[in-house]
Design a protein around this ligand. Sequence first.
Ligand code: SF4
Ligand code: SF4
Length: 179
Amino acid sequence: MGKVKKTIKSIKIVADKCNGCRACELVCSAFHAKPRYSSSNPARSRIRIVREPLRDIYLPVYAGEYTASECTGRDRYIIDGKEYSECDFCRASCPSRNLFKEPDSGLPLKCDMCEDEPAREKPLCVEWCINDALLYEEREEEVDEAVVAPGDIEIGVESLIDKFGLQQVLDTIARASKR
Ligand code: SF4
Ligand code: SF4
């Protein structure tokens, strides 16, 4: 398999600088609304803040991969005197919590780095974070030619198959296509 150069985009989180304002959640959900910017609902955001003001905890977390089954991670972490659960750091859309799921359909959400045409210079959550808690970075990496990240539709269909089974999904698509 051949190798190709790929630009890897990532966002570094400086949790100490986050004050829990949730501007990142608002702009992300508005950008992904259909039509674009027609509504804003943090429950639809692909970045969420673990926010516990009484314990001074503000931790931004990006939506990552969808997973069909929950893990066994139940560890607790104490960092700078603040206690976190293992789940607080997890980026997965998983069955054991409602995070990173589209609230109406339950379909998984994943950060797409604000893909747009033409491409944006920086993701919107980074632009809107006036506290510099989110820092955008790009680097070049050699990857296998055939590796293509799954898009929203592929991830959604995979989660439907996990939930209802392949045959039921196929029957529903067949019925819907005749309408
Ligand atoms: S916009 Fe920045 S400071 Fe505000 S909640 Fe998001 S990461 Fe934290
Ligand atoms: S990079 Fe874009 S898609 Fe990802 S969390 Fe930020 S605003 Fe949302």
